[in-house]
Design a protein around this ligand. Structure first.
Ligand code: PBG
Length: 325
Protein backbone atom coordinates (compact mmCIF):
# COMPACT_ATOMS: atom_id res chain seq x y z
CA UNK A 1 0.00 0.00 0.00
CA UNK A 2 1.31 3.38 -0.94
CA UNK A 3 0.13 6.95 -0.50
CA UNK A 4 -2.57 8.04 0.25
CA UNK A 5 -3.39 4.93 2.39
CA UNK A 6 0.12 4.89 3.80
CA UNK A 7 1.14 8.05 5.62
CA UNK A 8 4.29 7.84 7.73
CA UNK A 9 3.48 11.19 9.32
CA UNK A 10 0.68 9.47 11.33
CA UNK A 11 3.19 8.10 13.85
CA UNK A 12 5.01 11.44 14.09
CA UNK A 13 1.95 13.50 15.00
CA UNK A 14 2.48 13.75 18.79
CA UNK A 15 5.44 13.45 21.15
CA UNK A 16 3.76 10.43 22.77
CA UNK A 17 3.51 8.58 19.45
CA UNK A 18 7.08 9.43 18.56
CA UNK A 19 8.25 8.08 21.92
CA UNK A 20 6.25 4.91 21.35
CA UNK A 21 7.92 3.99 18.07
CA UNK A 22 11.43 5.29 18.65
CA UNK A 23 13.98 2.73 17.40
CA UNK A 24 17.12 3.84 19.20
CA UNK A 25 17.52 4.69 22.88
CA UNK A 26 20.26 6.73 24.44
CA UNK A 27 20.78 6.13 28.14
CA UNK A 28 23.33 7.17 30.73
CA UNK A 29 24.28 3.54 31.42
CA UNK A 30 25.74 3.28 27.90
CA UNK A 31 27.99 6.31 28.28
CA UNK A 32 31.55 6.28 29.59
CA UNK A 33 33.27 9.45 30.80
CA UNK A 34 36.99 9.87 30.04
CA UNK A 35 39.05 11.49 32.84
CA UNK A 36 42.55 12.96 32.56
CA UNK A 37 44.34 12.38 35.84
CA UNK A 38 47.53 14.34 36.43
CA UNK A 39 50.19 13.63 39.02
CA UNK A 40 51.47 17.21 38.97
CA UNK A 41 48.21 19.21 38.96
CA UNK A 42 47.55 20.85 42.33
CA UNK A 43 44.06 21.89 41.28
CA UNK A 44 41.87 21.09 38.28
CA UNK A 45 43.37 22.70 35.18
CA UNK A 46 41.10 23.66 32.29
CA UNK A 47 42.08 22.33 28.84
CA UNK A 48 41.67 25.26 26.43
CA UNK A 49 40.83 23.17 23.36
CA UNK A 50 38.20 21.17 25.28
CA UNK A 51 35.97 23.58 27.19
CA UNK A 52 34.44 21.86 30.22
CA UNK A 53 37.17 19.18 30.43
CA UNK A 54 40.02 19.46 32.95
CA UNK A 55 43.26 17.82 33.96
CA UNK A 56 42.49 16.49 37.41
CA UNK A 57 44.48 15.80 40.54
CA UNK A 58 43.51 12.44 42.02
CA UNK A 59 41.11 13.93 44.57
CA UNK A 60 39.21 15.76 41.84
CA UNK A 61 39.11 12.60 39.71
CA UNK A 62 37.42 10.84 42.62
CA UNK A 63 34.92 13.71 42.71
CA UNK A 64 34.21 13.25 39.01
CA UNK A 65 33.76 9.52 39.53
CA UNK A 66 31.24 10.19 42.29
CA UNK A 67 29.31 12.48 39.95
CA UNK A 68 29.49 9.87 37.19
CA UNK A 69 28.07 7.24 39.54
CA UNK A 70 25.33 9.56 40.77
CA UNK A 71 24.31 10.25 37.16
CA UNK A 72 24.15 6.54 36.38
CA UNK A 73 26.96 6.57 33.82
CA UNK A 74 28.35 3.27 32.58
CA UNK A 75 31.86 3.96 33.85
CA UNK A 76 34.92 6.15 33.68
CA UNK A 77 37.96 5.73 31.42
CA UNK A 78 41.22 6.87 32.99
CA UNK A 79 44.13 8.49 31.17
CA UNK A 80 47.27 9.34 33.13
CA UNK A 81 49.50 12.37 32.83
CA UNK A 82 52.69 11.49 34.72
CA UNK A 83 55.17 13.95 36.16
CA UNK A 84 58.13 12.35 34.40
CA UNK A 85 58.48 10.69 31.02
CA UNK A 86 61.23 8.44 29.71
CA UNK A 87 62.12 6.51 26.53
CA UNK A 88 60.25 3.38 27.58
CA UNK A 89 57.26 5.00 29.26
CA UNK A 90 57.98 3.27 32.56
CA UNK A 91 55.45 5.46 34.39
CA UNK A 92 52.74 3.43 32.66
CA UNK A 93 53.39 0.29 34.76
CA UNK A 94 54.56 1.97 37.96
CA UNK A 95 52.56 0.43 40.83
CA UNK A 96 52.41 3.95 42.30
CA UNK A 97 51.75 5.56 38.91
CA UNK A 98 49.02 8.13 38.48
CA UNK A 99 46.47 5.77 36.92
CA UNK A 100 47.18 3.05 39.48
CA UNK A 101 46.73 5.51 42.37
CA UNK A 102 43.60 7.03 40.84
CA UNK A 103 42.12 3.59 40.22
CA UNK A 104 42.58 2.57 43.86
CA UNK A 105 41.10 5.87 45.08
CA UNK A 106 38.08 5.68 42.78
CA UNK A 107 37.38 2.02 43.52
CA UNK A 108 37.47 2.80 47.23
CA UNK A 109 35.05 5.72 46.89
CA UNK A 110 32.73 4.18 44.29
CA UNK A 111 33.19 0.40 44.29
CA UNK A 112 30.27 -0.25 41.96
CA UNK A 113 31.33 2.18 39.21
CA UNK A 114 33.26 0.40 36.42
CA UNK A 115 36.77 1.80 36.06
CA UNK A 116 38.35 1.28 32.65
CA UNK A 117 42.03 2.13 32.21
CA UNK A 118 43.74 3.21 29.00
CA UNK A 119 46.67 0.96 28.16
CA UNK A 120 49.14 2.90 26.05
CA UNK A 121 52.62 4.33 26.36
CA UNK A 122 52.21 7.67 24.53
CA UNK A 123 51.42 9.70 27.66
CA UNK A 124 54.50 8.23 29.37
CA UNK A 125 57.18 8.23 26.66
CA UNK A 126 59.47 11.21 26.16
CA UNK A 127 59.03 10.86 22.38
CA UNK A 128 55.22 10.61 22.59
CA UNK A 129 54.85 7.44 20.51
CA UNK A 130 52.58 4.62 21.65
CA UNK A 131 55.39 2.03 21.91
CA UNK A 132 59.16 1.90 22.29
CA UNK A 133 61.44 2.97 19.46
CA UNK A 134 63.72 0.76 17.38
CA UNK A 135 67.22 1.97 16.43
CA UNK A 136 65.87 3.45 13.18
CA UNK A 137 63.26 5.55 15.03
CA UNK A 138 60.28 3.41 14.04
CA UNK A 139 57.97 2.03 16.74
CA UNK A 140 59.12 -1.49 17.62
CA UNK A 141 55.97 -3.59 17.69
CA UNK A 142 57.17 -6.75 19.42
CA UNK A 143 59.36 -4.97 21.98
CA UNK A 144 56.34 -2.85 22.99
CA UNK A 145 54.06 -5.81 23.68
CA UNK A 146 55.65 -6.85 26.96
CA UNK A 147 55.53 -3.26 28.26
CA UNK A 148 51.87 -2.91 27.36
CA UNK A 149 51.07 -6.21 29.07
CA UNK A 150 52.96 -5.07 32.16
CA UNK A 151 50.94 -1.84 32.13
CA UNK A 152 47.60 -3.62 31.83
CA UNK A 153 48.53 -6.05 34.60
CA UNK A 154 49.56 -3.31 37.02
CA UNK A 155 46.32 -1.42 36.32
CA UNK A 156 44.25 -4.56 36.87
CA UNK A 157 46.14 -5.25 40.09
CA UNK A 158 45.29 -1.72 41.22
CA UNK A 159 41.62 -2.61 40.77
CA UNK A 160 40.74 -1.63 37.20
CA UNK A 161 37.57 -3.45 36.18
CA UNK A 162 38.48 -3.36 32.48
CA UNK A 163 41.67 -2.59 30.55
CA UNK A 164 41.55 -0.82 27.19
CA UNK A 165 44.65 -1.01 24.96
CA UNK A 166 44.74 1.95 22.53
CA UNK A 167 48.28 1.58 21.16
CA UNK A 168 47.48 -0.33 17.92
CA UNK A 169 50.46 -2.70 18.13
CA UNK A 170 49.82 -6.03 16.38
CA UNK A 171 49.28 -8.85 18.86
CA UNK A 172 48.76 -6.76 21.96
CA UNK A 173 45.36 -8.17 22.86
CA UNK A 174 46.70 -11.73 22.96
CA UNK A 175 49.81 -10.73 24.88
CA UNK A 176 47.79 -8.77 27.44
CA UNK A 177 45.26 -11.61 27.80
CA UNK A 178 48.02 -14.14 28.43
CA UNK A 179 49.74 -11.92 31.00
CA UNK A 180 46.50 -11.13 32.85
CA UNK A 181 45.65 -14.84 32.97
CA UNK A 182 49.12 -15.77 34.18
CA UNK A 183 48.83 -13.19 36.96
CA UNK A 184 45.53 -14.48 38.30
CA UNK A 185 43.55 -11.72 36.59
CA UNK A 186 41.53 -13.86 34.22
CA UNK A 187 38.35 -12.07 35.33
CA UNK A 188 39.46 -8.73 33.86
CA UNK A 189 37.97 -8.05 30.41
CA UNK A 190 39.76 -6.29 27.54
CA UNK A 191 38.12 -3.52 25.52
CA UNK A 192 40.25 -3.45 22.38
CA UNK A 193 40.59 -0.25 20.40
CA UNK A 194 40.44 -2.50 17.35
CA UNK A 195 39.74 -0.07 14.53
CA UNK A 196 41.55 3.04 15.68
CA UNK A 197 42.19 5.34 12.77
CA UNK A 198 45.08 7.81 12.43
CA UNK A 199 42.74 10.75 12.85
CA UNK A 200 43.06 14.52 12.89
CA UNK A 201 40.24 14.50 15.43
CA UNK A 202 42.61 13.49 18.26
CA UNK A 203 44.27 16.92 18.28
CA UNK A 204 42.66 18.32 21.44
CA UNK A 205 43.31 15.06 23.35
CA UNK A 206 47.02 15.35 22.65
CA UNK A 207 46.99 18.86 24.18
CA UNK A 208 45.10 17.49 27.16
CA UNK A 209 47.33 14.46 27.70
CA UNK A 210 50.53 16.10 26.49
CA UNK A 211 51.00 13.09 24.21
CA UNK A 212 51.66 14.51 20.73
CA UNK A 213 54.50 12.61 19.04
CA UNK A 214 57.76 14.59 19.21
CA UNK A 215 58.52 13.60 15.61
CA UNK A 216 56.63 11.94 12.80
CA UNK A 217 53.05 10.80 13.23
CA UNK A 218 51.07 7.67 14.12
CA UNK A 219 50.27 6.54 10.58
CA UNK A 220 52.71 3.65 10.84
CA UNK A 221 50.54 1.95 13.47
CA UNK A 222 47.07 3.53 13.55
CA UNK A 223 44.76 2.74 10.63
CA UNK A 224 44.54 4.58 7.34
CA UNK A 225 41.16 6.41 7.39
CA UNK A 226 39.93 5.21 3.97
CA UNK A 227 40.08 1.50 4.91
CA UNK A 228 36.92 -0.38 5.88
CA UNK A 229 37.86 -3.99 5.10
CA UNK A 230 41.09 -3.62 7.01
CA UNK A 231 39.04 -2.43 10.00
CA UNK A 232 37.04 -5.67 9.86
CA UNK A 233 40.30 -7.67 9.75
CA UNK A 234 41.56 -5.76 12.81
CA UNK A 235 38.37 -6.59 14.69
CA UNK A 236 38.53 -10.27 13.66
CA UNK A 237 42.11 -10.56 14.89
CA UNK A 238 41.29 -8.92 18.22
CA UNK A 239 38.33 -11.25 18.67
CA UNK A 240 40.63 -14.23 18.01
CA UNK A 241 43.14 -12.89 20.50
CA UNK A 242 40.50 -12.71 23.21
CA UNK A 243 39.00 -9.20 23.14
CA UNK A 244 35.77 -9.00 25.16
CA UNK A 245 34.60 -5.72 23.62
CA UNK A 246 35.84 -4.12 20.40
CA UNK A 247 35.96 -0.45 19.55
CA UNK A 248 35.79 1.86 16.56
CA UNK A 249 37.40 5.27 16.94
CA UNK A 250 36.63 8.10 16.12
CA UNK A 251 32.85 7.73 16.00
CA UNK A 252 30.89 10.18 13.82
CA UNK A 253 33.22 10.20 10.81
CA UNK A 254 33.28 6.37 10.95
CA UNK A 255 29.60 5.45 11.37
CA UNK A 256 29.86 3.13 8.37
CA UNK A 257 32.63 1.19 10.12
CA UNK A 258 30.55 0.95 13.30
CA UNK A 259 27.59 -0.37 11.31
CA UNK A 260 29.65 -2.99 9.49
CA UNK A 261 31.38 -4.21 12.66
CA UNK A 262 28.00 -4.50 14.39
CA UNK A 263 26.57 -6.55 11.51
CA UNK A 264 29.53 -8.91 11.33
CA UNK A 265 30.44 -9.53 14.99
CA UNK A 266 28.38 -10.53 17.99
CA UNK A 267 30.39 -9.08 20.83
CA UNK A 268 29.68 -5.71 22.48
CA UNK A 269 30.84 -2.75 20.41
CA UNK A 270 32.14 0.54 21.77
CA UNK A 271 32.66 3.77 19.84
CA UNK A 272 34.82 6.67 20.98
CA UNK A 273 33.31 10.11 20.34
CA UNK A 274 36.74 11.72 20.42
CA UNK A 275 38.15 15.03 21.56
CA UNK A 276 37.92 16.72 18.14
CA UNK A 277 34.29 15.70 17.75
CA UNK A 278 33.57 17.19 21.18
CA UNK A 279 35.59 20.34 20.44
CA UNK A 280 33.72 20.93 17.16
CA UNK A 281 30.36 20.84 18.91
CA UNK A 282 31.56 22.99 21.81
CA UNK A 283 33.14 25.57 19.55
CA UNK A 284 30.10 25.81 17.30
CA UNK A 285 27.79 26.08 20.32
CA UNK A 286 29.94 28.81 21.85
CA UNK A 287 29.90 30.70 18.57
CA UNK A 288 26.12 30.56 18.72
CA UNK A 289 25.74 28.56 15.51
CA UNK A 290 24.40 25.30 17.02
CA UNK A 291 22.00 24.34 19.79
CA UNK A 292 24.50 22.37 21.90
CA UNK A 293 22.08 20.09 23.68
CA UNK A 294 20.15 19.12 20.57
CA UNK A 295 23.26 18.68 18.44
CA UNK A 296 25.17 16.63 21.04
CA UNK A 297 22.22 14.32 21.74
CA UNK A 298 21.64 13.89 18.00
CA UNK A 299 25.31 12.97 17.47
CA UNK A 300 25.29 10.44 20.33
CA UNK A 301 22.00 8.94 19.15
CA UNK A 302 23.44 8.55 15.64
CA UNK A 303 26.41 6.63 17.07
CA UNK A 304 24.01 4.29 18.90
CA UNK A 305 21.84 3.92 15.79
CA UNK A 306 24.89 2.93 13.74
CA UNK A 307 25.39 0.05 16.20
CA UNK A 308 27.52 1.14 19.15
CA UNK A 309 26.46 -0.43 22.45
CA UNK A 310 28.81 1.75 24.48
CA UNK A 311 29.84 5.35 23.74
CA UNK A 312 32.91 6.93 25.27
CA UNK A 313 32.24 10.67 25.27
CA UNK A 314 33.29 13.89 27.00
CA UNK A 315 29.58 14.74 26.85
CA UNK A 316 28.66 11.84 29.15
CA UNK A 317 27.73 13.92 32.21
CA UNK A 318 25.89 16.61 30.22
CA UNK A 319 24.04 13.99 28.21
CA UNK A 320 22.98 12.14 31.37
CA UNK A 321 21.60 15.38 32.79
CA UNK A 322 19.82 16.28 29.57
CA UNK A 323 18.28 12.83 29.39
CA UNK A 324 16.87 13.27 32.92
CA UNK A 325 15.22 16.62 32.25
C1 PBG B 1 46.35 7.10 22.82
C2 PBG B 1 44.99 7.66 22.76
C3 PBG B 1 44.58 8.76 22.00
C4 PBG B 1 43.23 8.93 22.25
C5 PBG B 1 42.85 7.95 23.14
N1 PBG B 1 43.95 7.16 23.43
C6 PBG B 1 45.35 9.70 21.18
C7 PBG B 1 46.15 9.25 20.05
O1 PBG B 1 46.07 8.13 19.58
O2 PBG B 1 46.93 10.10 19.60
C8 PBG B 1 42.38 10.00 21.63
C9 PBG B 1 41.09 10.26 22.30
C10 PBG B 1 40.47 11.55 21.91
O3 PBG B 1 40.87 12.24 20.95
O4 PBG B 1 39.50 11.93 22.60
N2 PBG B 1 46.67 6.64 24.08
Amino acid sequence: MAFPQTRLRRLRRTAGLRDLVRETELSAARLVLPLFVSSSAQASEPIPSMPGVERLPIGAAVGQAREAAALGLGGVLLFGIPEDKDDEGSGAWDEEGVVQLATRAIKEAEPALPVITDVCLCEYTSHGHCGVLAADGSVDNDASLELLARTATSQARAGADVVAPSDMMDGRVGTIRAELDAEGLSHVPIVAYSAKFASAFYGPFRDAADSAPAFGDRRGYQMDPPNLHEALREVALDVDEGADVVMVKPALPYLDVIARVKQRFELPLAAYHVSGEYAMLKTAARAGVLDERAAALEALTAIRRAGADIIITYYAKDAARWLQS
